[in-house]
Design a protein around this ligand. Structure first.
Ligand code: ATP
Ligand code: MG
Length: 268
């Protein structure tokens, strides 16, 4: 239905020595990101996992081109990221639909901008409205929807434009468990089909283990990557519970939970 991204190995995302500080009102500096090295190959799903304030959103915004870094480089497909671009789609931490467009037009937005024909657009939009279970609300406006429904509009809009790199900041946090599972499976199915590369933020260890090829475990003060974990679990977009029977799953979950607990103790 959509064009799969051309195979072009070794051309994913690469951050080298990225630093970012913010100045607070009293003149003091917060180091949001310290010496970040991150590599994500094409078609991989990377999950940023870590405590509040460790710089996850800042990192995503730098990759989206919405924020610049103080030093270091961020490259996508060997090109330095200098600003936003249509090959990168972002789902923000807070709901980010266009309030003046109804649900259908929100989902169609990226396709229209790209110049897709009306007939091509309609098919794609219908597919994604159905996938996020909002077909019945196609003509509603975002303010008429619940928070979780608005989030699904943002997810559908971003997936519909089929970006090369999908950036998602806690996209499923506002959803009930059942819907969250469905959205996670949908994501896996789509990125596997379309060869999309994904960098997403999560607070949820189970979600991270289900979705990630690679987990970047981050720490705070200063925000940094403490460890890179490759779970290597069997993932199945049609059976989310399959990973639970993987003998490595429980051990990894406990290990990461332990590290997160340690992180929060360190902050006391
Ligand atoms: N625009 C800004 N101005 C000043 N400080 C900022 C700004 N944006 C982020 N920060 C600071 O940078 C640090 C990292 O923030 P960031 O939003 O990236 O964290 P996060 O890991 O996404 O946290 P959360 O899980 O709570 O969303 C925090 O200390 C925050 O206060
Ligand atoms: Mg954040």
């Amino acid at each position: 239905m959509q064009h799969a991204h051309a195979e072009n190995p070794n051309c994913g995302l690469e951050l080298r020595g990225v630093n970012k500080q913010f100045a607070l009102r009293d003149g003091s500096l917060v180091t949001a990101l310290s010496n970040i090295d991150l590599q994500l190959a094409q078609t991989e799903i990377g999950v940023l996992l870590g405590p509040s304030g460790c710089g996850k959103s800042t990192l995503l915004r730098i990759v989206a081109g919405l924020e610049s870094c103080d030093s270091g480089t961020a490259e996508l497909q060997n090109e330095v990221i200098k600003g936003p671009g249509p090959e990168r789609g972002m789902v923000f931490q807070s709901y980010s639909s266009f309030p003046w467009l109804n649900v259908r037009d929100n989902v169609a937005f990226g396709l229209k901008q790209r110049g897709d024909s009306m007939s091509l657009r309609e098919g794609v939009v219908d597919y994604f409205l159905d996938a996020v279970k909002l077909s019945a609300f196609a003509n509603a406006y975002p303010h008429q929807l619940s928070g979780g429904m608005q989030q699904r509009v943002a997810i559908a809009r971003t997936l519909a434009s089929n970006p090369y790199l999908l950036l998602m900041d806690e996209p499923f946090g506002a959803l009930d468990p059942e819907t969250r599972w469905q959205m996670q499976s949908l994501l896996l199915e789509i990125v596997q089909r379309e060869n999309t590369t994904v960098l997403m933020v999560s607070h949820d260890i189970e979600e991270a283990l289900y979705l990630a090829d690679v987990i970047f475990f981050m720490g705070t003060r200063p925000g940094r990557i403490l460890e890179v974990i490759r779970p290597n679990l069997k993932r199945d977009s049609t059976n989310r519970d399959a990973i639970l029977s993987d003998p490595h799953y429980r051990a990894l979950e406990l290990e990461i939970r332990d590290r997160m607990r340690q992180q929060s103790l360190d902050l006391l």
